[in-house]
Design a protein around this ligand. Structure first.
Ligand SMILES: Cc1ncc(COP(=O)(O)O)c(C=O)c1O
Length: 405
């Protein structure tokens, strides 16, 4: 296994081309290692052709590499069937796909869809729109003041009226890691299906969908070193088989007559049109890179970063971190406020100091409303971030604070 040390940064050309850059916005999208960039370049230079169509060598080669990524994804999240892996555009599309297919088939008037207060808009609005169309009811599982999900309230809310629980594995604002396995077991006892938003989980720690037993799991490769424009939807095979198609057109059919159409087998039934061929193949290379380090080691590194960040950030007077104050079941995402400095001013000033950071509501506006604030500044870390990056951030925050006095 490759060790996580300062050498890791050297794998990422962006750091060579932007000397001194402290990149703290991996929660939005990560930087790409040279191996991934090279893999994409190689597709174009050596075997680019459309997949699953051509009866010629190039197309066969690109199709094979494309499908190899599907096998790698299945292994990466520990499912034995790559038929359960659907390529989409991103997490947002994965969840919309589900809402427009499974959701339209199963949610009826008066049914309850549970979401949590810490959901990203991607795992909230598709369900809200579905509920509007179907006259179903949306209920929010509250978040406690310590940034953890209120498990007592959740227990009470898991009633027979609930058809779906849509829940994030890890919050992109609070950093909270939810006990998904425990929650899925409880939900399943009541016959409730569970959709897990793994956008902030799959990049950072091992995810085992077989062990979690969630019915649906979505994530975004661009948040885990891969090119953008690719998303993953995992769904249990028997559910996927029963779902109507989302988009119709080329590639997703087995046979079409003037009047009828027979759908392709899963997962192709859900992959209409030409996909992001180079992006998917690039994702295969990103998985190889992550595996060469090991997801357990990546999580260990981020746990270390989390401990140090919590300690160092707490030294900045007036800084308030959202979410749990302890590193247990918490990821390396820190949304915070500092005095009354507006997060946009903060991000602009940090940018002057070569620190890239996110400011705003991070697509979790209802959560910010519950927290009683409009916006936060967010620092999110990944495997290429170091203790030195945290120290640079803290020094910069103190500088900005002085300037605003
Ligand atoms: C928790 C969570 N869910 C969903 C998304 C949406 O991901 P994408 O923009 O790739 O669809 C994000 C992105 O920030 C996220 O953090």
């Amino acid at each position: 296994m490759r060790k996580i040390d300062k050498g890791i940064k050297k794998d990422f050309p962006i750091f060579k081309n932007n000397s001194g850059l402290v990149f703290l916005d991996s929660g939005a999208s990560t930087q790409k290692p040279k191996v991934v960039i090279d893999a994409v370049k190689e597709v174009y230079e050596k075997y680019y052709a459309n997949v699953h169509r051509g009866i010629y060598k190039l197309s066969e080669e690109s199709s094979e590499l494309y499908e190899q990524t599907r096998e790698k994804v299945a292994k990466f999240i520990n499912t034995s069937s790559e038929r359960e892996i659907v390529f989409t555009k991103n997490t947002t599309e994965s969840i919309n796909l589900l809402a427009f297919t499974w959701g339209y088939q199963h949610i009826k008037k008066g049914d309850v869809i549970l979401v949590t207060e810490m959901e990203h808009h991607a795992n909230l609005l598709p369900w809200r729109e579905l509920a509007k169309q179907k006259k179903a009811i949306i209920k929010y599982v509250p978040v406690k003041s310590n940034g953890r999900l209120d498990m007592v309230k959740l227990d009470k809310m898991l009633t027979s009226k609930v058809k779906l629980l849509a829940i994030t594995h890890m919050s992109n604002v609070l950093g909270t890691i939810n006990p998904i396995k425990k929650i899925v077991t409880k939900a399943h006892k009541k016959g409730i299906k569970v959709m897990v938003d793994g956008a902030q989980a799959a990049p950072h720690f091992p995810v085992d969908v077989t062990d979690l037993d969630a019915d649906f799991y979505a994530f975004s490769p661009h948040k885990m070193l891969a090119p953008s424009g690719v998303g993953i939807l995992y769904a249990k095979e028997e559910i996927l088989e029963s779902m109507n198609p989302f988009l119709t057109g080329g590639s997703m059919i087995a046979h079409v007559t003037h009047k009828e159409a027979e759908w392709n087998e899963i997962p192709f039934k859900f992959e209409a049109g030409t996909p992001n061929i180079e992006g998917v193949i690039g994702f295969g290379s990103a998985i190889d890179y992550l595996n060469s380090i090991g997801m357990k080691n990546i999580f260990k590194h981020e746990q270390k970063i989390t401990k140090i960040a919590l300690r160092e950030l707490s030294k900045v007077e007036g800084l308030k971190i959202m979410g749990p104050k302890e590193s247990k079941d918490r990821g390396a995402v820190f949304a915070f406020t500092l005095d009354d400095i507006h997060p946009h001013d903060m991000a602009t000033m940090l940018d002057e100091l070569n620190i890239a950071i996110r400011a705003g509501h991070h697509c979790a506006q209802p959560l910010h409303q519950s927290l009683g604030i409009e916006a936060t500044t967010r620092a999110s870390f990944y495997l290429y971030n170091t203790e030195e990056d945290i120290k640079k951030l803290v020094r910069a925050l103190i500088k900005v604070k002085k300037l605003f006095k």
